[in-house]
Design a protein around this ligand. Structure first.
Ligand code: ZN
Length: 365
């Protein structure tokens, strides 16, 4: 396995190349993150305020809150820094960690905002997770689909004009290409197993015919809230600094288990990340640590040490409840580890592929 001399990415990452000095193509391009600018963000917030006033509703923005660092920072920005009227919401994916639940409770109270849980049918959710894991070794994509749809649903139900997402530039390139976030791909995999009826699948998907194209139209027309990513608008505080801000302003508490605290909100994450590492030869952290090195936030040696401490090649502790929930044994895992990456990549909806292509062209212009 070849590792980049500047970051910690390896040749297992799809499409990554190295120059003669051993520098990877990401580091060579040195794609520095350039924020859109705070003016743009403030303009979005002003527009949301105006629409909310016109609609005579009590909320300007919807903040999806997982109890983790990035989403809590969104709560801080929206409620405290920019003084918007916030509804916070949490998609209960069945794997919320006790520390995440505690953080949600504390920070929502301290921010003085209202909060709702959105809960999918837990029996259907279990079938979805079990099927997805068994067929692909991944449940994060299905969870993302459920989360995104429930956010849109809540924005529609409360007529909230703007959704403020904590997706961060730090996570760029850290999701594998065939993560099952595409609904057509999701349907293909679920249907192939015959374990879920059409009615159950539609119930899980809420809006079963949603694709990137009609989703964009529905956001433009105001049927759903518009989705923005504030961390792409402003200079980002370092991971540590972000933790300090929300600790002081909202009483948020850090995880004590690992220096890497992006996803301690999900109890399934150590297990799914471990499986991803086994199938793909790399996982989220390696990509995010590499982004942190390129941003000058940590040194390569520091990242190496964190990766070492994370013991990514060993089965994480306390995974039995997660495995039981997913209905898999250690023997099943041997089969799952042997899955070929990118098996379902081509099973995407034609309209999503076209839309993705059009977006790429537009971004280049
Ligand atoms: Zn590199």
């Amino acid at each position: 396995m070849k590792t980049c001399v500047k970051c910690v990415l390896t040749d297992q990452y799809p499409g990554l190349t190295f120059n003669e000095q051993g520098i990877c193509s990401f580091c060579e391009k040195k794609v520095h993150f350039k924020p859109i600018g705070e003016t743009g963000l403030i303009a979005e917030f002003e527009k949301a305020r105006m629409i909310a006033r016109k609609r005579k509703i009590g909320y300007d923005v919807l903040v999806p809150l997982s109890g983790g660092k990035d989403s809590t920072f969104m709560l801080y920005l929206a409620a405290i820094k920019y003084k918007l009227r916030v509804l916070a919401m949490t998609y209960d994916n069945g794997f919320l960690s006790p520390s995440a639940l505690k953080n949600i409770q504390t920070t929502v109270k301290n921010a003085g905002v209202e909060h709702v849980f959105h809960r999918p049918d837990l029996e259907i959710l279990k079938i979805v997770y079990r099927t997805m894991f068994r067929k692909t070794g991944d449940i994060c994509g299905a969870c993302d689909i459920g989360t995104n749809i429930s956010i849109l649903k809540v924005s529609h139900d409360y007529k909230i004009p703007l959704i403020v997402s904590g997706v961060s530039p730090l996570e760029n390139d850290s999701f594998v290409p065939d993560s099952i976030q595409d609904i057509a791909r999701f349907r293909y995999i679920m249907k192939a197993t015959g374990r879920i009826s059409r009615r159950e699948m539609n119930k899980f998907l809420i809006y079963p015919n949603l694709n990137y194209f009609n989703q964009t139209i529905l956001k433009h027309t105001g049927y759903f809230g518009r989705l923005i990513f504030p961390l792409f608008y402003i200079e980002n505080p370092s991971d540590k600094e972000m933790g300090r801000i929300i600790r002081e302003a909202l009483g948020w508490e850090d995880s004590t288990d690992s220096e890497y605290t992006k996803h301690f909100d999900c109890i399934a994450e150590p297990f799914t990340n471990y499986v991803r590492n086994k199938i793909y030869g790399y996982e989220h952290r390696i990509c995010q640590y590499s982004n942190m090195i390129r941003r000058g936030e940590i040194t390569r040696a520091h990242a190496m040490k964190m990766l070492d401490d994370d013991h990514l090649w060993e089965m994480p502790a306390n995974v039995e409840p997660v495995m039981e929930y997913l209905g898999v044994t250690k023997e099943d895992l041997v089969e799952i580890f042997a899955y070929k990456p990118l098996t379902y990549e081509k099973h995407t909806s034609r309209i999503n592929r076209l839309f993705g292509l059009a977006k790429k062209v537009k971004d280049r212009v």
